[in-house]
Design a protein around this ligand. Structure first.
Ligand code: GLY
Length: 398
């Protein structure tokens, strides 16, 4: 009898959790549909497709062109929303905005082709199966591969000629941890083309980054500068973090996400172990706030009076949902942590009321404090990874 009552109680509690999860996901899909729908209505009124990135100091929306590293995120968000809400107005917009950045496949002067094309064209191919999208992905991988430097065995992130701020730092071949996010495009291109060149470049980059970017505690540097001539490390520094030796929050997030993808694509456990190690570093950090939305840099000197970075939280949440389906110890704990992040991000502290925040979803992200740029603002990549996390949460729970 007692066993029967216990069984019924467990069943009811599981059913209740399933209902709560379902309603959390649906509520947020509905809110995002209304908020981004208002952005699309605005474009309709103006008669042109625009690619929103963030809010400017005067409160107006900053829109970007195809070569901006963030140009794939809004189209990608539209694909995720279409997938979750089935509304063909989002499909039309996703197709139009994806087509608008096709020239991104030809970019060879920076490393962000992976972000640009995989978030937009990668999702387009996944959801439509149209082979035209596959062609763009392979061409983009070809462009990204031109930045591979044989001797250090890495993809160069930034150019160091001309008058750019990167050129003034004295670097030869700078590689930023963010670059791990471009590898998904290369893995994808090998699957589509059967040309293993892209896969090999991705693995070489991931291996050298594993060797050079990480500290014994699992955290990572932002920039490693290599010698083009002999491949040695010239500098270990930061560009967007608080200090060379600090833990820039989004950098840690890129590392967790990037190595999770590398594990998915290669099944090499050392990548999974690095993703877990960097996640544990963040999770156990003395400055991780209770709501799990990191400060922009975990070592910034005025904590707790430093801006948070919702984009880092969203990237980590999305990666954790994937980790929770990987062969890790206690996978459920990864999902539980991701759910806690999502609960914070979906709270009024971070999720903007519909019709505010320039029609972006999340508030309180940081672009680059050292460059005095985009501080405590909405950012389209925070929204993109929030929606991706929502989609992953929904898939896992279904
Ligand atoms: N470079 C990409 C970022 O700011 O995270």
């Amino acid at each position: 009898m007692i066993k029967k009552i216990l069984g019924i109680a467990i069943f009811l509690s599981l059913a209740l959790t399933a209902c709560e999860n379902n309603s959390f996901v649906q509520t947020n899909i509905d809110l995002a549909t209304r908020q981004i729908g208002m952005e699309l209505d605005g474009m309709k009124a103006k008669g042109k497709w625009l690619n929103p990135v963030t809010l400017k100091a005067d409160g107006s929306v900053h829109y970007c062109g195809y070569s901006d590293w963030r140009s794939g995120f809004f189209p990608g968000s539209l694909w995720y929303l279409y997938e979750m809400n089935g509304d063909t107005a989002f499909l039309t917009a996703a197709k139009a905005l994806t087509a608008k950045i096709e020239k991104g496949k030809t970019l060879t002067w920076h490393h962000d082709v992976g972000f640009i094309i995989e978030c937009s064209y990668g999702n387009a191919l996944r959801l439509t199966g149209e082979q035209y999208y596959a062609g763009v992905i392979v061409e983009a991988a070809k462009s990204l591969s031109t930045r591979f430097r044989e001797i250090p065995g890495v993809i160069q992130s930034w150019n160091v000629n001309g008058n750019s701020w990167q050129a003034q730092r004295g670097w030869e071949c700078p590689v930023i941890i963010d670059n791990m996010m471009n590898l998904e495009l290369l893995f994808h291109a090998t699957r589509l083309s059967n040309d293993s060149t892209y896969y090999k470049i991705a693995v070489s980059h991931a291996d050298r980054t594993l060797q050079e970017h990480f500290r014994p505690d699992g955290s990572c540097y932002h920039v490693i500068d290599y010698s083009i001539e002999n491949g040695t490390v010239r500098h270990r520094q930061t560009a967007q973090g608080y200090a060379d030796e600090s833990a820039w929050a989004r950098g840690q997030a890129w590392a967790i996400y990037g190595y999770t993808v590398c594990y998915r694509e290669t099944k090499d456990r050392k990548y999974l172990e690095q993703a877990v190690k960097t996640f544990r570093f963040m999770k156990n950090h003395k400055n991780m706030p209770e709501d799990l939305v990191p400060y922009w840099d975990m070592d910034a000197h005025k904590i707790p009076n430093e801006p948070r970075d919702a984009s880092s939280a969203a990237i980590i949440a999305s990666a954790l949902y994937e980790l929770s389906t990987s062969p890790v110890e206690s996978p459920g704990a990864y999902k539980e942590y991701a759910d806690r992040i999502m609960k914070s991000l979906a709270s009024p502290a971070y999720l903007a009321p519909v019709g505010t925040n320039g029609n972006f979803l999340l508030m309180h992200s940081v672009g680059s404090i050292p460059h005095n740029s985009e501080i405590d603002v909405p950012l389209n990549y925070a929204d993109y990874y929030f929606l991706e996390a929502l989609q992953r949460k929904r898939n896992i729970e279904e």
